[in-house]
Every structure is written in C-alpha cells, then in structure tokens.
Design a protein around this ligand. Structure first.
Ligand SMILES: Cc1ncc(COP(=O)(O)O)c(C=O)c1O
Length: 483
C-alpha cells in the first residue's frame, strides 16, 4: 500500500462550495440568539478576570491592547499562559482546544518536546544568535530543497511579509519588469506594496492607510479564479513596463477561503510562461501543511519562486524565507561588500541558529510522523462532523476543507466582494459583527479558531479531540437564530 503523502484526501468540489456559499450570502444572517449570546458574553465577565485585568493594563501601553492581528478583540482578548499539544490554557485556568495553531505553524501540536529539546540544546551551546554562519542554516536549506526541488536556493528571513517583499524585489530585479499581479482578497503580509485588496476582492487601496499611492502603483489584482481577467492584465502590462510576477496563495485567497479549482495553478503557470512572467507561490500557510512537498508538490506545479514562513521554523520565532530558481535567488547574495549588483535584503536575526535548528528538526519530525497527513485526517473528521451538524439543524452555513485547513462560513462576510458594491456596503458590518460573535461564542465554549471562520488542525488532534470539539461546535451552531 502506498503511504498518503498529502493532507488533502479528496480535492473539494469547488463548484458545489461556491453554490452553497452563494446560497449563504443570499439569505439574511443567522446570528446566535440574543439570550444565548448574552450567556456567552457573561463567560468573559465571570470566568476571565485575569485576562480582563491584563488587557485593561495593556490598553494603556499597547495599541488596541493586543499585538497580534489574529487575537480576538471581542469582547476582549484572552491571554494565554500555557500551550501543550492540542490545548491552550488562559491565566484563569480555562482550557481551550487550539484551532488557531498560532496562525498555522504548530503542525506537530504546541510545544512539541523533540523539537523543544533540540532548541534548548542549541541555546545551551550557541545561544540564539551570533550574526555569523551556522551549520543549521545549511541543513535547513538542504532539507527544504529535498522536499521542494523547485527551491534550488533558499534565503531565510524573519517573516512571511519580509519574504514576500524579497520575492517581489527578486522578480523585478531578474525580469527587469515592474508590475506585480495578485488575486483580490489574498493576504501576502503587510508590506507597502501588498496591502492592496486585502480580504475583499476589488477593494484595492481600501486598507492602505499610511501607504503612499506610489507604493502600490505597480500592484494589480484580478478577481479570484478570473483567469480571463488575468490574461487581459498581462496583455495590457506589456505596454506598461511588463509583469514581473504573478503571486498566488495556491489553494486560494485567505488560505483557500475562496477555493481555487484544481487546475487553476496549472493555468496560471501557463499564462506566466506565455508572458515571460515569474510565478510566485506564497506557501506561507500551505508549505509543509499540505504535505512535505507543499502545495506545489500536491498540484504538481513548479513555481519560479516560493515564499515560505510559519512551519519553516516549527512555530519558533523568525519564520520566513524565499527560495526558487538559482538564477533568481542568487541576486540575494549576502555578506559584507556588494557592488550594487545584488537585490538588497537582510535582517539582524535572519537565519539565526535557534530558528534554523527548530525548523530543521520540526520538518524532520513532520516527515517522520507524517504529520501533514495526520493533521489532514483530523481536518476531514472535523469538516464531516461540522457538515453533519449543519445538516441536522437545517442551517445555511458552509463547511469545507483543504486537508488541515478547515473553513466554517457562518456569516459569509469573507465572501462579499465589489462585484456587488451595494450589498458590500450594506452587509459588511453586520456580517463581520456576526463573525466576531461566533468567534466569541466558540471561545466561551472552549474553542479557539482563526477569526471565527477557520480552523487549522494539527497532528495532536486525535479523534477524541475532534469529537470533543464537535460537541462544543454543536452547542454554538444549534443556537443560531431560526427564521
Ligand atoms: C499566505 C500568507 N502570506 C504571507 C503572510 C505573512 O506572514 P507573516 O505573518 O510571517 O509576516 C501570511 C500570514 O498569515 C500568510 O497567510
């Protein structure tokens, strides 16, 4: 019997998913009944005193009282004190099943001992950083190349955001072209040129506060899956300085919230070849989560450049890197000196020994344990369970997954776009608020999700953990308003 290599056991039927999502969007929202919502909010007032006190203090010194974009603000952020395997604990002693997974990197479960031991060993010998070369930089780059042969060379950086910046700079330096095309709604970090059409396709500079027009002047978007529109942009760009790269999240914007048909990436690859444009796969989420070969292995596509993050340092700090064709990546040659020939990137803590040793052993452990596939099976079980709950209670909600990336759309806010500006203007706020309420209700029930509409599963999510989670989800979903 061949061992399953990738987390996706069956590719989602995207036509069916979009039909169900359209149905969800065409209905009035079904928020949690008011009385039940009040009970969920009471949880925060009565059971989370320590978190509340910490947050009250933090409000005075930290903008918004919280540092991380994926932390819940509603009604206030919960502090986390302990993490282990599939669970998190807050300072008031409440326990949560962790489907945030720190935004994706902890595929082995939180605080996985075999990796932690190697990190401690490194701290005791070399300390976290010296600013000089360490053998684990080499070992990690070689390992990534073994899993993703398209990564002929690899340059490690501090975050996904930095690595996207580097990929774009490298693509421009190599092709000597200017334009970058992304998919509307996709997230590629928060660099000046990429805060463009975030979350909601068609919205361009809507979130670009503090970013001069010039910084996004060469960034363009096309609507999700609209390959005709992509082609039209590529044609037009020939007259406007050319397209340096097309950048995609390979399962679709926002980690597959708007999923792509299976052959989407192949068609984008073909277009890039036709127009002499580089294809950048942003595998910050999918890299190693979909399988050790990433989305590129799963779809059988060779991107020119790959952006990595999250899993490459196993959940330890400084997760980012860009790899790909040697002739492009060599423009990032580092070290003292330089002639103006190279594309300048860097970072005091980039590729520090701690991140490299953590990433190296995390990836080896993920390979040894087949973690991506185990996490994918947990994602399948969670999705099937959610679909059964949705059906049982006659709800319009939509659950689907790409392996360990599980989507649960209840408010549909993530699917609004500028195709229908009136609907967007009218419904963005109430649908967004419903999603916040869902997130709070899940939290009060002992479930931490990604922004109330997505769950990442890990190897630590045994059948028992998933069944426990489904019980909790049913409590929340069953309290949705009836019509
Ligand atoms: C697809 C994608 N690209 C880039 C980034 C940015 O990575 P970072 O948060 O490490 O800067 C993220 C972060 O969630 C992401 O999901």
């Amino acid at each position: 019997m061949t061992v399953q290599q990738y987390a996706i056991s069956e590719y989602p039927d995207t036509v069916d998913i979009y039909a169900r999502l359209k149905n969800l969007l065409n209905q009035p929202i079904r928020p949690i009944q008011r009385e039940r919502m009040q009970e969920y909010l009471t949880y925060f007032d009565t059971r989370c005193n320590r978190s509340k006190a910490l947050n009250d203090e933090a409000q005075k010194i930290i903008p918004g009282g919280v540092q991380h974009n994926l932390a819940f603000n509603y009604p206030f952020p919960i502090a986390i004190e302990k993490a282990d395997g599939a669970y998190l604990w807050d300072p008031d002693g409440n326990c949560y099943i962790d489907f945030l997974q720190a935004g994706g990197p902890t595929m082995l479960g939180s605080n996985y001992k075999p990796v932690r031991d190697k990190v401690i060993e490194m701290l005791q010998t070399c300390a976290p950083v010296t600013g000089l070369f360490h053998e684990y930089e080499l070992k990690l780059a070689q390992l990534i190349n073994r899993f993703m042969p398209s990564v002929e060379m690899f340059r490690m950086l501090g975050s996904g955001t930095e690595s996207v910046m580097a990929a774009i700079r490298g693509a421009r330096a190599f092709t000597r072209k200017k334009k970058i095309i992304k998919v509307g709604g996709a997230y590629h970090g928060w660099s000046d040129s990429m805060v463009f059409s975030l979350h909601v396709p068609g919205t361009g500079r809507m979130e670009a506060k503090g970013i001069p027009r010039g910084a996004t002047a060469n960034t363009q978007e096309f609507f999700p899956n609209a390959l005709g529109a992509l082609r039209a942009k590529l044609i037009l760009n020939r007259l406007l300085g050319g397209t340096a790269a097309v950048i995609v999240e390979p399962v679709g914007p926002e980690s597959g919230t708007r999923p792509v048909p299976f052959d989407f990436n192949r068609k984008v690859r073909e277009l890039c070849d036709e127009f002499g444009t580089l294809l950048i796969f942003d595998e910050v989420v999918t890299g190693f989560r979909l399988g050790m070969g990433g989305a590129q292995g799963y779809f059988g596509i060779k991107p020119d450049l790959t952006v990595l993050g999250k899993c490459i340092s196993g959940g330890y700090p400084m997760a980012g890197g860009v790899g790909g064709r040697a002739e492009v990546i060599s423009c990032f040659a580092a070290g003292i000196g330089g002639s103006g020939e190279r594309a300048y990137i860097g970072g005091t803590l980039s590729a520090n020994p701690l991140s490299c040793v953590a990433g190296y052993y995390a990836l080896l452990e993920m390979e040894r344990t087949n973690a991506p596939v185990l996490a994918g099976k947990a994602g399948d079980r969670l999705t099937r369970g959610l679909q059964a709950i949705i059906e049982k209670h006659g709800l319009p909600f939509v659950a689907f997954n790409q392996g360990s990336i599980v989507h649960l759309e209840t408010s549909g806010v993530m699917l609004l776009d500028l195709h229908n500006p009136l609907k967007l203007a009218r419904e963005l706020k109430p649908r967004r608020h419903m999603m916040e309420e869902m997130g709070a209700a899940y939290m009060a029930s002992g479930l931490v999700t990604v922004a109330g509409s997505r769950m990442y599963t890990s190897m630590a999510d045994t059948d028992a953990v998933i069944d426990e989670a489904l019980n909790k989800f049913e409590g929340v979903l069953a309290s949705a308003d009836g019509h």
